[in-house]
Write a protein that binds this ligand. Structure first.
Ligand code: AMP
Ligand code: GLY
Length: 436
């Protein structure tokens, strides 16, 4: 086990605040930096004004400050090859970066790569085909074999906007043409995945892996739409709850045997040594799990409920991941329920204003933790700096308790335009009360 570790967390959202908050509690830690961080991360470490996608600047900071572990929060730097950049550089090669290399990050960065990977390894997922612009006629032909609603996905990263679900065939055809021929999502929609619509209930499952063994982290459910009752446009996530009542031990067994193990075996069979987090975006159809998507990072806001439920030393787990000794680590999980409610800017996920003064943070009681998602320190004030602003997380003996505490403290925080969903966990509450 390493001691006196100097850790750099890359990213600036609620996920990175939650990761940094937990790492800061480790007895193995010497120094913690977050780049670029936010007003919340400044309370658990030191913010560094660095863009995580400017690898040369990251390199200089890492060498100057003797960083010995880099934890990557968002997918951007991973898909752009930060791990490969470190491995190719003599001075950096011995410094582990938690996250997969660019090839493996294509599990998130390319939907057609992910779907083909699942097909090769018998991992349950929606039936699909992928098409490029010169195959528009074949794409329409495939659309005609499907029943509505139609699911169209831009192949590449499209800031969470690349998935379109349409009821009408004509609309689907129009959208398909815009994606393929008019590059509606730029490079990302040069290839489009068309897939069968799956009807079911979604959940997020995470593992941490050193390439050989893995640990399953607590699962979570997030609430993606802006409006109550899952209405309105998609957002980055308006709240989350962990554990998920319908993720029973029987269901999680299926997730492990039908999804996690085949994914690990598939990666190994293809010569990919995957180090880092894998996020399985799942949908339960009947009693069976199907993979909607892979992500090569933790979820946000899921991290804000997953991390508070981890009792073990996270830095020890990450260090063991880097050293290939994860099999020797136990993962201890808090039985309590964690719930987080996201406070967002007025207008989000459309246009919104930034720079609104936030008050009441000091009035939040001890039942809740506030993870900053989009905030900035401006003199002695904390101001809004993003669409998602703050995640108010609480642990409770059941979902009802946790949500009651979060909603109580949500009321104590004020800023102009504050918006949040009032029904986080409402669909789970009754089941949640009974526990798992
Ligand atoms: P993604 O951007 O890949 O997370 O997809 C956004 C959302 O689209 C998912 O969270 C699902 O709610 C929905 N979705 C994606 N693929 C399917 C599918 N094949 N069937 C039903 N819903 C889907
Ligand atoms: N909450 C979903 C995500 O992080 O992609």
């Amino acid at each position: 086990m390493s001691q006196d570790m100097n850790v750099l967390v890359l990213g600036s959202g609620g996920r990175e605040h939650a990761l940094a908050w937990k790492i800061a509690q480790s007895s193995l830690l010497s120094n913690l930096w977050i780049a670029p961080g936010n007003a919340g991360t400044a309370g658990v470490g030191t913010n560094v004004n660095l863009n995580p996608e400017e690898f040369k600047a990251v390199r200089k900071f890492v060498l100057d400050h003797k960083v010995n572990l880099v934890v990557v929060g968002p997918e951007g730097p991973l898909v752009a090859g930060i791990v490969d950049f470190f491995k190719a550089d003599k001075a950096l090669a011995g410094i582990p970066v938690i996250g997969p290399d660019a090839h493996a990050a294509r599990l998130e960065g390319s939907k057609s790569f992910a779907k083909a990977f699942m097909a090769r390894h018998g991992i349950p997922t929606a039936r699909y085909q992928a098409f490029s612009a010169d195959q528009t006629d074949q794409a329409i032909g495939f659309l005609n074999t499907l029943k509505p609603p139609y699911v169209l996905k831009a192949d590449g990263l499209a800031a969470g906007k690349g998935v379109v679900i349409l009821e009408s065939r004509d609309e689907a055809e129009r959208e398909l043409r815009e994606m393929l021929q008019d590059a509606k999502f730029g490079e990302a929609s040069r290839t489009v995945v068309i897939e069968e619509f799956l009807k079911g209930i979604e959940c997020s499952v995470f593992i941490l892996t050193d390439g050989d063994s893995y640990r399953i982290l607590p699962e979570a459910k997030d609430y993606k739409r802006i409006g109550e009752g899952d209405t309105g446009p998609n957002t980055g996530g308006m709240g989350a709850v962990s554990p998920v009542p319908f993720c029973t031990p029987e269901f999680m067994d299926k997730v492990e045997t039908q999804v996690i193990i085949p994914t690990m075996k598939g990666l190994r069979a293809e010569g990919i040594r995957y180090m880092g987090f894998i996020f399985f975006g799942l949908i339960r159809v009947g009693q069976d799990p199907y993979v909607i998507e892979y992500n090569c990072r933790m979820g946000d806001p899921e991290t804000e409920v997953v991390i508070p439920r981890i009792k073990s030393d996270l830095l020890h787990l990450l260090d063991s991941t880097a050293n290939g000794t994860l099999s020797e680590c136990d993962l201890e999980v808090d039985d309590r329920v964690a719930a987080t409610v996201m406070l967002v800017s007025g207008g989000y996920p459309g246009e919104y204003e930034k720079g609104k003064k936030i008050s009441g943070l000091a009035d939040v009681d001890e039942r809740s933790m506030v993870f900053h998602a989009g905030t900035r320190q401006a003199g002695d004030q904390v101001v809004t700096a993003g669409g998602r602003v703050l995640a108010v997380t609480s642990l409770g003996s059941d979902a009802h308790d946790a949500l009651l505490a979060s909603y109580f403290n949500v009321q104590r925080i004020q800023y102009s335009g504050k918006n949040f969903r009032k029904d986080i966990g409402a669909d789970l509450e009754v089941i949640g009360k009974k526990g798992r």
